[in-house]
Every structure is written in structure tokens, then in C-alpha cells.
Design a protein around this ligand. Sequence first.
Ligand code: AMP
Ligand code: ZN
Length: 470
Amino acid sequence: MQLYNSLSRKKEEFVPREAGKVSMYTCGPTVYHFAHIGNLRSYIMEDVLEKYLRFTGLDVKRVMNITDVGHLTSDGDTGDDKMLKGAKREHKTVMEIAKFYTDAFFADCAKLNIKTPDAVVPATSCIDEFIRVISTLMDKGYAYEAGGNIYFDTGKLDKYYVFNDFKEEDLAVGVREGVEEDSNKRNKADFVLWFTKSKFDDQELKWDSPWGIGYPGWHIECSCISMQTLGEYLDLHCGGIDNAFPHHTNEIAQSEAYLGHEWCNYWFHVHHLNTNSGKMSKSSGEFLTVSLLEEKGCSPLVYRFFCMQSHYRKNLVFSWENLENAKVTYDKLIAKITPLLTDKGGDIDKPEFERLMSEFTSAMDNDLNTALAVTAVYDVLKSRSNAATKLALLAEFDKVLGLDLIQTAEKSLEAAENDEIPAEVMELAEQRKAARKEKNFKLADEIRGRIESLGYEIKETRQGTEIKRR
Ligand code: AMP
Ligand code: ZN
């Protein structure tokens, strides 16, 4: 499989260190709020990657952290701890907030068919390990104490900016514009490993350490959790593109300084979900959640399908209209699969199966081209193969795409057999009624078209609206 590696900035053949096995690490959520659908875009695409690696026969072990301490409002070392902010906002303790939003995160993941990683590790459960690794970095001369905090000394590295050719002088201290200068730092890019003093002192969770009572920085948690659970060598590290710098850059710096050798071979970064006003972010306060999509009548799997239709290395623009288009396309897809279920006759046509399967795998082998993989789904449906071959292919593809293609078609068939009008058609009928009331006949006609594409007919009779199967 060819995969774009942010480290080499090119597509490369993905070859795990140990034949047949993959160690995979994912930066988990900061659990101070609900995950927004931008965060979830990253987790959906990482899930597809994991599932595809398994599909090709690799034995994947995947680990994810839960950030429940240490992530400050700025990705650098300034601002409040996000967890503390969340706790204050909701008048709860940090641990209550962490539990609530961790559970909410996995509930969203379940709705989106995102598999739970093999190990999920909260940062607060690994404090001793962080202290051990930071102590080694101190012993090796890669870390120093200043103003009460422990910093990583990036000046000790031959190359710090691994993902981009940033010039140090072009960067604001810490990370970005607006970040205050920390006069304790020896070099602009140095970052905190352990806080004992900072400009706020009401941090709720604090632990004893050789350097005084305090709490860990955000970056050290991912290095430690990865090394502790997956060993000294990591095949694949994932995250959203905003994590490349400084978070992943700092992870590499401290892990390699600690280990004394190279650490992770492949870095997989998912680009952003944007709205018209820019990147969707929790801190802006304006973000969309899975529950909100559901409230608006959109199944979470339609959002997964929406993500699948574009490449993970391109920004994706969210609008309700774009999502609605994805919904219409998904429904049409299901309507094409449903008749296959009642026509299962015939044996699998092996040459045809192989031909269409290779269309799917070549799409996925080309840097996870899910949009082309979706085209392969259409090509299966358009092909002259028998129903058994088509269903077998769709079932295989869906192990990776996770769109519940056959299960949803089964539900729709069941509803039809019970002569039930599916909820979706009923909802469209309501929308059409409203459009007609407002004399928006163009919209009413459009909605009628959509009802028809789902296999139903709608007409006005003297008794009212009649809906039946076509
Ligand atoms: P956080 O909960 O803020 O730690 O972020 C969790 C994951 O979501 C990280 O991998 C981020 O890089 C990713 N992420 C944050 N915002 C977006 C976005 N708008 N689009 C895609 N991924 C994002
Ligand atoms: Zn991380």
C-alpha cells in the first residue's frame, strides 16, 4: 500500500517493521467538551486506515490516549488547562468532566462505526511513567529546570522541525502569534514537560514529582503512552494535521532523545473539516456534534459517507447543503442494493469478483483513496454480475468503509415488506407538504423526485396525501 508519509513528504510503500504486524498510535480527544464532527473526521479516516490494514491481512495493534490533563488553551505552553476550563464551565470536577466526555466520545464513535482501539489510556493513569521518562531526559541532558518548570531543550537536537522546513525565527515563541514569551525558555521552540509553576495556580489535579508538585505537559503523554504500550519502535502515528506542529514535532523530539534512536516510521495526518468561516474548533464554541446531526434528521453514517467521498489529505468544507447531497446519494445507493437482497440466486462469479475487488484495493492502496473506493461500490452495482457476487463484494468493501450498506438495505426491505413507509420517506413527505403550503412548487417537485428515487410514489388525493411503493 502506498501511503503519504508526512515525515518524508511523499507517498511511500507502507512496510511495517515486523512482517505482518503493525503498531499504530492515535492522539485521542481532549475530553473537556463533546467531540465535534471535525475531530470525528480525523477519527473516521484513521478508522478506515486501520480497517484497511487489517483487511490486507496485517495484525494491527492500535492505542489511543485520552487527554484528561495538561492540554492548555494554546497548543504551546500558555493559557488555562482545557480540562479545568471545562470543569469551571459546568461546575463539576475535572474527573467528572473527563468521564462524561470520554463516554460521550465513544458513544459518538459507536454511531459512526469507529472501532474502539485495542487500548485506550487516560493520561492521568500514567503519571509515574511520565515522571520516569522526564527524569531520564534530565539525566541525559535533554531537559532543564527553569522558573520551577521542566523544559525540553530543543537546542540539543540536530534537527527539530521534522515535518516542515520552518525557520525558527519565523515562529512566534511557543507556537503561534499571540503566544506570550516565556523567559524561562533557552530556545524559542522549547516546551514544558512538567509544570510546577505557571501563571495560574488553581490547577485541580496535581501530583508530587522530583521537581515539586505539579502536572505533566500535553506532549509527553503521547510519547510515554505509545512507548509503554507499543514498545520502542512505532510503525504508524496518526492525528489531525493541526497536531503535526508542535505536538507531533515535540513527541518525536522527546521520544528519540529518550530512546537514543529513531522512533516512528510513518506519520498519517488528516486534513481539516472547515466551515465557511474556517477550521471547525472546540475553542471557537461554534461546532457541530453528532447529536446535532441526528436532531436534524441525518444519520451519523451519512456523515461517515460524506467524509468517505473526499480524500483525507484535502480540506473538506462542511455545509448543510453538502451533507444533504451526501444523504441523497447514500439513500439512492441503499435503494440500489435493496432489490439484490431478494435475488440472491447464483454462485459467486470468481473472475468478476476478483476484477471488481482489485478496483477497490487499487483505490485504497493509492494513499487511501476512499472517493475512488466509493466509485468501486457503484461499479459493482452497475456491473453485469449476479446478485450473489455483488452482495459478496459489498460485504467485503464494507468491512473497510463501515457504511452498513447491506444492513441498511435489509432494514429498508423489512420496512417495505411490512408495508411500512420508511421514516425518511415520511419526513420527505412532510417537507413536501410544507413546501406546497408555501407555494414553493419547485422545491415540492424536487422532494417528490427524491421520494421516487427511494422507490415510493406520492400523490394528492381527495382523502389527503397517498404514499405507496412504486
Ligand atoms: P482534540 O480533542 O482537540 O485534542 O482533537 C482531537 C483530534 O481532532 C486531533 O487529532 C486533532 O488534530 C483533530 N482535529 C481538530 N480539529 C479538527 C478539524 N476541524 N478537522 C479535522 N480534525 C480535527
Ligand atoms: Zn498526541
